[in-house]
Write a protein that binds this ligand. Structure first.
Ligand SMILES: C[S@@+](CC[C@H](N)C(=O)[O-])C[C@H]1O[C@@H](n2cnc3c(N)ncnc32)[C@H](O)[C@@H]1O
Length: 270
């Protein structure tokens, strides 16, 4: 079965995340992105965010994903903007990044942690801590739950899982904060709001008129209709309990991870 984000990308969607451009712009502001900063995007998919960071802020961006097809599309998208600073796209697993300790000023990860089981979330976030320079920033964007009983959470995740063909594990705001704190991050700040992935205002803001019409037209084609409407139905049913959360967290200047590791080539802290 096709995963929800692969399905939406096939319909023409370019931003596959719960809070769309609104949340991503907040992350960009928190990251204080600037020319020369070393940024890692994990789960870049077709490269929308990476290419935007390189083009708008002149950052040195490395972008990775597990999915080869998405990476091919990212490289094709890059070729459409030959004048922009090049992004290095590579296959990497968030749980076992190949980068050295203390490499990046910023790690950004949108709409991936929600899809992982708890131990994998913890492993990925520890990897982000490891590859960030002391003082570096982790920017994330995920689904957040609120005002639900444990039984309702089971219902919601079951329905969402059947709609997107992935077993999701979204957290409450406290849950997300605990994930980052327990991994060793400090000073987490968050921005939350309504899920806009498939709402009409969200589609228009993220994709523009032309692309929104294309997505809706393709979504309503006979072979896509059940899946498309099924996803919209789940988002709509749970809209007051399920939204987006964007977060920024800082790797402490003296992180336990960087202290306990073999000495690496040190780079200037942010
Ligand atoms: C919902 S999409 C989000 C894509 C993009 N960040 C966005 O916001 O539009 C999730 C992405 O996470 C990637 N992914 C899932 N598990 C991963 C892992 N362990 N390491 C790297 N990427 C992963 C998938 O291949 C997919 O491209």
């Amino acid at each position: 079965m096709e995963a929800g984000h692969t399905f939406l990308a096939r319909l023409g969607k370019t931003r596959l995340r719960p809070g769309g451009r609104l949340a991503t712009e907040w992350l960009f502001r928190q990251g204080k992105l600037a020319p020369g900063m070393k940024v890692l995007e994990v789960a870049c998919n077709m490269g929308t965010t990476s290419l935007e960071m390189a083009r708008r802020f002149g950052c040195s961006v490395t972008a990775c994903d597990l999915n080869e097809e998405a990476l091919s599309r990212a490289r094709e998208n890059q070729a459409l903007h030959p004048a922009a600073p090049a992004v290095s796209f590579r296959k990497e697993d968030a749980l076992h990044l190949s980068f050295s300790d203390n490499t990046f000023d910023v790690v950004i990860n949108e709409a991936m942690l929600t899809m992982l089981p708890a131990p994998a979330k913890e492993q990925a976030v520890k990897e982000y801590l490891r590859v960030l320079k002391p003082g570096g920033l982790l920017l994330t964007h995920d689904i957040v739950l609120k005002d639900l009983t444990p039984a309702e959470i089971r219902d919601l995740t079951g329905e969402l899982g059947r709609a997107i063909h992935i077993t999701p594990l979204p957290y409450t705001e406290d849950g997300w904060r605990a994930l980052f704190r327990d991994a060793g991050f400090a000073g987490t700040e968050t921005y939350t709001g309504a899920m806009t992935l498939l709402s009409l205002p969200g589609l228009l803001r993220d994709e523009g008129w032309m692309r929104t019409l294309q997505i809706l037209r393709r979504g309503m084609q006979r072979e896509n209709r059940a899946a498309f409407l099924g996803m919209r139905r789940v988002f709509s049913k749970w809209h007051s309990h399920m939204g987006f959360i964007a977060s920024v967290s800082r790797k402490p200047a003296a992180s336990p991870v960087s202290e306990n590791r073999e000495p690496q080539k040190r780079e200037t802290a942010v």
